[in-house]
Design a protein around this ligand. Structure first.
Ligand code: GLN
Length: 193
């Protein structure tokens, strides 16, 4: 049986990720409960509002379920808010986070919502630049051991990988370029699925 790719659907722009995954030819599933996560071989945490999602993750029990699966090697990709929630440390804040990636993030590194922007970004592993949309995006300000910087903009790190964990400060689901989704889908799932 083909394994589903999950998109965390408690809050934020999850629907765009579902469509992007389907455009890549895989079965996508919205995830709102630990039971729904069980049926998935990988998970995307979309953009949204990280303080709100932190509360919803704890209420649903998905915080522990996601961390448990990530420990077993399930690929997880956080975009924008997802990157913030995957970080071990958030500058100047003690809000809830999953702490999966050994990084520190500056939550609004590029300023407020009105300073949102688009840029062509060179990403390690992709031949041509990627047109990236940044909406009140974070940046990575510390990289732990084993964390690789994949891309930078304005001298700030905006994409990282640590084993089967991927984080991007921008929103690849908002353009028609599916190369980042394809990169994520190439990561092997944990053995159980
Ligand atoms: N900066 C936002 C936050 O802290 C994330 C913005 C986004 O996901 N577009 O949650």
């Amino acid at each position: 049986m083909a394994v589903s790719s999950g998109v965390l659907a408690l809050q934020g722009d999850f629907q765009k990720h579902v469509s992007a995954l389907e455009a890549c030819g895989v079965r996508a599933r919205e995830v709102r409960t630990p039971g729904e996560l069980e049926a998935c071989g990988r998970l995307i945490i979309p953009g949204g509002e990280s303080t709100t999602l932190g509360i919803l993750l704890q209420k649903s029990g998905l915080d522990k379920a996601i961390c448990g699966r990530a420990e077993q090697g399930m690929p997880v990709w956080g975009t924008c808010m997802g990157l913030i929630l995957m970080a071990r440390e958030i500058e100047g804040g003690d809000q809830f986070r999953l702490g999966l990636l050994d990084i520190t993030v500056d939550r609004n590194a590029f300023g407020p919502q009105v300073n949102s922007f688009e840029a062509d970004v060179q990403i390690k592993g992709l031949d041509e630049p990627f047109h990236a949309v940044f909406i009140r995006s974070p940046a990575v300000t510390r990289l732990g051991e084993g964390v690789e910087a994949l891309a930078g903009v304005c001298r700030k790190v905006v994409a990282v990988r640590q084993g089967s964990l991927l984080g991007t400060a921008f929103h690849p689901e908002l353009t028609c370029d599916r190369r980042m989704h394809a990169m994520f889908l190439e990561m092997p799932t944990d053995d159980r699925r």
